[in-house]
Design a protein around this ligand. Structure first.
Ligand SMILES: *Cc1c(COP(=O)(O)O)cnc(C)c1O
Length: 367
């Protein structure tokens, strides 16, 4: 049986033309005009002054923290309910992640719990716009300003989501993006850091390129990294970015169709629908099982040719992470969430089929 995958990139625009152009001209490494053009267009899209490309979303996070000089002895407040890269980037810098709980509706940082976790060592709040939902930017910006701590946004899952008509990624001192294969746009692997500060931007340029001086080649002014993006990746990224509005509206249609089909299935909770200030993007349509066995539903769907994914396991419970914390909302959502297939090429008939399989599962259960 052919499975309906959880995710699938849409690569039918200018991707192959641009890639061929790289190959024909020989510009396949980290020099080439697609890189600067992708960075420029990306800045215009999210509404931020500077955007610096890098090798992936994880290196984007690492560079963001390094550019703010976060290191040993510093604390960074972060959700535990996120992809592990968010938390690992803090550990790479030898700083300490301080886990805060999430809002039960948006699954993003709960500002009240963030305020409780502040200490004299807090250097930054690393917020994650999880599963396409924008975090509460008014409250979090206020906490950041009143306490003199940096605000960093992890927008890996939420490119195109907005808060009060402004795209996520335009609020923080630094914001990070991922272009992994299952993200809103993809470069295969790729990342971006955006900032309003020329100084931070210059620092990131050095940090991603072995600390090389901008004035003198092969003078390395600090210990740094090779985290550069290639022209090949940027060629893909530029072609993808040209179609982002179509991608986002298609994903919204998919969201609406899922909601329509599942609205009256009482056993499941639907994802955040958005409100006047917060406009999410449909990265992965994620439902919550109100009670019962998540694995059994996932197995039922797999047998019917539908791939699904459990939501992230809380980072504070990973064996190598030393954290003693109580996060009730994180624990309850992470134990019950299931992501359903969500990608631009997903057909309406497939959504109906997926939802019918879910309804039949519950009908059999209660027969
Ligand atoms: C995908 C993702 C990342 C990391 O991106 P990569 O490009 O895979 O390194 C970081 N944070 C979140 C929330 C993600 O979903």
């Amino acid at each position: 049986m052919k499975m309906i995958p959880i995710s699938k990139p849409e690569l039918h625009g200018k991707e192959s033309v641009y890639l061929n152009h790289c190959i024909k001209t020989g510009w396949v490494s980290s020099l080439g005009h697609y890189i600067s053009e992708f960075e420029q267009r990306f800045s215009e899209f999210i509404g931020q002054s500077y955007s610096l490309s890098c090798s992936n979303g994880t290196t984007a996070l690492h560079l963001a923290l390094l550019s703010l000089d976060i290191g040993e002895g510093d604390e960074v407040i972060v959700p535990s309910f996120t992809f592990i890269a968010t938390v690992n980037s803090i550990l790479y810098c030898r700083a300490k992640p301080i886990f805060a709980d999430i809002d039960p509706v948006t699954w993003c940082l709960d500002p009240q719990d963030v305020a409780k976790k502040l200490s004299t060592r807090t250097k930054a709040i690393l917020i994650v716009h999880l599963y396409g939902n924008p975090a509460d930017m008014s409250a979090l910006t206020r906490i950041s300003e009143e306490n003199g701590v940096y605000l960093i946004e992890d927008c890996a899952e939420a490119l195109g989501a907005s808060y009060k008509e402004r795209y996520v990624g335009s609020f923080g001192h630094v914001s990070c993006h991922s272009f992994y294969g299952n993200k809103i746009i993809t470069c295969g692997e790729g990342g971006m850091i955006s900032t309003a500060s020329e100084e931070i931007s210059n620092r990131i340029k050095m940090l991603r390129d072995h600390g090389m001086s901008s004035r003198k080649r092969y003078l390395h002014e600090m210990l740094a990294y090779n985290y550069r993006m290639t022209n090949l990746q940027a060629a893909l990224g530029l072609a993808q970015l040209q179609r982002i509005d179509d991608f986002l509206s298609r994903r919204q249609q998919i969201f609406n169709e899922y909601v329509k089909q599942l609205n009256d299935v009482s056993e499941i909770g639907l994802p955040f629908l958005g409100d006047i200030v917060r406009k999410p993007v449909n990265w992965m349509f994620t439902i919550v099982l109100k009670n019962g066995n998540r694995d059994a539903l996932m197995e039922h769907l797999r047998k019917h040719g539908i791939d699904t994914r459990p939501v992230f396991y809380p980072c504070h419970k990973m064996p190598y992470i030393d954290a003693n914390c109580i996060l009730p909302i994180t624990n309850s959502v992470s134990g019950a969430g299931i992501s359903l297939p969500t990608f631009v090429g997903l057909k309406k008939q497939q959504i109906i089929y997926i939802c019918d399989c879910i309804k039949k599962y519950f009908a059999l259960l209660f027969d």
